[in-house]
Design a protein around this ligand. Structure first.
Ligand SMILES: [Zn+2]
Ligand SMILES: [Zn+2]
Length: 889
């Protein structure tokens, strides 16, 4: 019966590992089994990760694979360690990005959002979301993400919208949210304020215009500017107080050309006397530094721009024109008036919108702000006292520095898609109403003429609540009580301030506890040319689904985790993914060998473990302990590489080769023990490797159990515990087998060097070493193809041509007569020596020529030096081999 069942197992595993036939089936099996949901057993300590919600508009690209690979690794690892593991999935509405997508769709139909109105636009959004909003989830499934789909959230859900409103009202009531006129970064394309973090600075080759301002008392003062149109909003000219050239002018007045406004000439230490003429225009409405200067000198603030980038009535006869158009027209006017002194080319840094590339206009406008200062102090305290830890630790200082310099956070956006600001203005008495529920009348005057603030909230405001809003906050839910604070926040370092800092500040303020204890930053994924893999820089090969189809999800995940180092960017090389696929196949084939061994010995009683058995079990116990230690310290790549190297080399190469000796020998008890050892190591390895390569390990587990492996363990590997590592490590066995392996390797090298055919047996003499070594003669004989093998006491000498080597604490003597035709070998070596010496001679001659060394390109000279070095090494090697061939007297 047993043999019949087992052989059908191997039949089912025929051929190489085929991810495509396995992955979708296993994902459904896991999902349907309920394994993705955290255990309800109150005795199990929770382990929670809230997924960084991808944008609803998004498609996963290779840059996203890292977060899935790391987070699923941690979640599976902790689940297998008995924790109630919860990975919370969901998506973000990404206000501006999504509104742009929908507006582009409307444009194709010849419509704008204004044709639909706010309500119609929202309806259109939900329709769009139903149609395309799930593609991101399908991609997560393909990668094997074990998220709890029953707890999925979307930032515009009713529940999360209620959380957003609660948060806004609470912060407002505490005076932490306020409305004010401040300088913001204005994107004329989005027609919205955007946050500092959304501005990308680029060096632009522009011009520096030197312009004359007429003085009221006659004469003129020259000022240099890169944005002449903003002169229309000037309210002063400033010079440095110590600048002797201008001291007599301070206190006088100048005229803004074309407008005729009288503006004072002031002295301020902020002015750089070395820049331009040393006199600068002051435009508090459109420049943050000027705004600060304006405050110091109590200057008026004049805004000259409309939201769409055209100039407003304050711009006099240039009003109504687009900003760049107005610049040209104004310059023409200045030229005609003789006020344009000169123009010079000038490279300067210009802020651009990170989404649409529009040139940002700093302008003063009415916005809602979070007073982030007290929140940032609380966040810094949580980091300083260790409630929050960063991995790698170097991000701690960067985080603290940013908190230290934090600015008010502008949270209003002039968009339609998003959480509408819960503020109403009474049109009758002017009252401002901030409310959790939509008010129907004014609490002050009872009037019903209310108008809601037209703006929506920055999308990072709602994602800042993510770790607790997804658990039911503001309600005191069982999930919030059990899973908050979450355990790990895993994300890219590029959103440390956008998102991580906001979650910490809002979690502490609103829930009273840190949102997570450990923050793990992965690096960015880059193309081989170094450019960042992103939505806007999509290149062929960036689609993870294509890569999964070619190599499997495991190959992709494993290669990403083992190639990346925390916090450092990685360059994606698809050859690495291919190697990950080879590894999956190596395990698959190795598992088939193990299952075959189990079949062959089924029913036999196992004898005593051999030296080789004790070695592999000890090595497994070491690797097991190392992997646990590394994963606990967030060193996932190291853990993966340790498992890989152990399985590939020690287990599936050395142990399997050595196992064949006893497995196919004539001692059934020894064969049974060998099969048992194979099964034990495979069982433990599958468990450790599962979080790294979930599919191939789960599929092998299924066959392994069908063949009678894994005892009474759970049916699914995803739910099987990883035990703690056994402390049984036989250091003696490890040292002995290591020596045997070195001996075999050195004999293999010598055979290879001498060109011995793979199948041929050669003679070897081992000099030195102890009896223990002699008892393992068969290991050396089989694995190095040695016959005869003899052992000799230390210092024994032989006088005949031979290759000798020191390895594993002994001397190995390989008589050459059995390996090569001595005469032919001598001739071959003589030819090779002549060749190497000629190459060396040519290179040395060239390098001795000063004209070559001085005039040839550096790379050519370096190449010649390398050639000389290689040739001289070869000469030495060949001479050594010739010496070994000298016949003894
Ligand atoms: Zn923009
Ligand atoms: Zn009122």
């Amino acid at each position: 019966m047993t043999s019949q069942r087992s052989s059908s197992v191997l039949e089912a595993m025929a051929g190489p590992y085929d991810p495509a036939s396995v992955e979708a089936r296993l994902y459904d099996t896991w999902d349907e089994s309920g394994a993705f949901q955290p255990s309800g057993d109150p005795g199990r300590r929770p382990f929670t990760i809230a997924i960084p919600p991808p944008n609803i508009t998004g498609q996963l690209h290779n840059g996203h694979v890292l977060f899935v690979a790391y987070q699923d690794l941690m979640i599976r690892w902790q689940r297998m360690h008995g924790r109630a593991a919860l990975w919370l999935p969901g998506t973000d509405h990404a206000a501006i990005a999504t509104q742009n997508v929908i507006e582009r769709e409307l444009a194709k139909e010849g419509l704008s959002r204004h044709d639909l109105g706010r309500e119609g636009f929202e309806k259109r959004f939900w329709q769009w979301k139903d149609e395309v909003g799930n593609s991101i989830n399908d991609q997560l499934r393909r990668l094997g993400a074990s998220v709890d789909w029953t707890r999925e959230h979307f930032t515009l859900d009713e529940q999360l919208s209620r959380a957003v409103r609660e948060a806004f009202v609470r912060l407002y009531e505490k005076g932490l949210i306020y409305r004010g006129r401040y300088m913001v970064n204005w994107c004329p394309d989005d027609q919205s304020a955007i946050s500092d973090l959304e501005v990308e600075y680029q060096d632009v080759e522009g011009s520096l215009w030197h312009i004359r301002y007429p003085l009221v008392d006659g004469g003129h003062l020259t000022v240099a500017t890169t944005r002449p149109e903003t002169m229309l909003g000037d309210t002063a000219i400033a010079v440095h107080p110590d600048d002797e050239r201008y001291q007599s002018l301070v206190g006088q007045e100048a005229l803004v050309p074309g407008i005729g406004r009288r503006i004072p000439i002031i002295a301020d230490a902020f002015v750089d006397p070395e820049f331009g003429s040393g006199a600068v225009k002051v435009t508090p409405g459109h420049d943050p530094n000027d705004a600060a200067m304006g405050e110091r000198h109590d200057l008026p603030v004049i805004n000259i721009m409309n939201g769409d980038g055209t100039l407003n009535d304050n711009a006099g006869r240039w009003s109504g024109r687009d900003r760049f158009d107005a610049r040209e027209a104004y310059l023409e006017f200045l030229q005609a008036e003789g006020l344009l002194e000169r123009v010079e080319p000038h490279t300067h840094s210009v802020g651009h919108c990170s989404r649409d590339g529009a040139v940002i206009e700093p302008l003063v406008s009415e916005q809602w702000f979070v007073n982030a200062r007290p929140l940032a102090d609380a966040a810094a305290a949580a980091v300083n006292d260790g409630r929050i830890r960063f991995h790698p630790a170097r991000f701690k200082n960067e985080f603290l520095r940013w908190l230290d310099e934090i600015q008010p956070w502008c949270i209003s956006r002039q968009l339609w898609l998003g959480h509408r600001i819960p503020v109403w203005y009474c049109q009758d008495c002017g009252a401002v109403i901030v409310a959790r529920e939509d008010p129907s009348s004014c609490p002050v005057c009872g009037g019903r003429n209310l108008r809601q603030d037209p703006d929506v909230l920055d999308t990072w405001f709602s994602s800042g609540l993510w770790p607790f809003s997804t658990l039911g906050w503001p309600d005191d839910t069982p999930d919030l009580r059990r899973f908050y604070p979450t355990d790990v926040m895993e994300t890219g370092y590029d959103i440390i301030f956008f998102w991580v800092a906001r979650m910490v500040m809002l979690g502490l303020e609103l829930v009273g506890e840190v949102p997570f204890h450990d923050v793990y930053f992965h690096g960015l994924v880059r193309h081989l040319d170094g450019s960042k893999v992103s939505k806007t820089n999509y290149q062929p090969g960036d689609d993870p689904l294509e890569t999964i189809e070619a190599y499997g999800a495991d190959a992709m995940r494993f290669s990403f985790v083992t190639a990346a180092a925390p916090g450092n960017d990685m360059r994606l090389d698809l050859r690495q993914v291919e190697r990950g696929g080879h590894f999956a196949n190596k395990i698959w084939n190795g598992a088939k060998f193990v299952i075959g061994a189990m079949e062959r010995t089924s029913g036999a009683a196992a004898g005593e473990p051999s030296l080789i058995d004790r070695w592999i079990l000890s090595r497994f116990n070491q690797v097991h302990a190392d992997a646990i230690r590394d994963v606990e310290r967030f060193r996932f790549g190291e853990a993966g590489r340790t498992l890989h190297d152990f399985l590939w080399t020690e287990f599936f190469d050395w142990y399997v080769e050595a196992a064949k000796i006893r497995l196919y020998g004539d001692d059934p008890a020894a064969a049974a023990r060998t099969a048992l050892t194979l099964a034990t190591v495979l069982d433990g390895s599958l468990r450790l490797l599962h979080p790294f390569m979930p599919y191939v390990t789960e599929e092998i587990w299924r066959h392994f159990r069908a063949a009678g492996g894994a005892g009474d363990s759970p049916e699914l590997l995803i739910e099987t515990p990883i035990p703690s590592a056994s402390p049984n490590v036989d250091q003696g066995a490890i040292a002995q087998v290591r020596a045997l392996i070195e001996i075999v390797q050195s004999i293999r090298n010598a055979r290879h060097e001498s060109g011995v055919e793979a199948g041929r047996q050669v003679e070897a003499r081992v000099i030195g070493g102890d009896d223990g070594l002699e008892s393992q003669a068969v290991f050396i004989q089989r694995l190095a193809r040695v016959d005869p093998l003899t052992f000799h006491v230390a210092d024994t000498t032989f006088h005949e041509p031979a290759v000798t080597a020191r390895a594993g604490g002994v001397e190995i003597f390989l008589p050459l007569a059995g390996m090569v035709d001595l005469t032919a070998e001598r001739e071959r070596l003589a030819r090779e020596l002549a060749d190497a010496e000629a190459t060396l001679g040519r290179a040395e001659q060239l390098l001795a020529n000063p004209r070559f060394v001085e005039r040839a390109p550096e790379a050519v000279v370096a190449k010649e030096r390398d050639r000389a070095r290689a040739a001289s090494e070869r000469v030495a090697q060949v001479k050594e081999r010739q010496a070994a061939l000298v016949e003894s007297p």
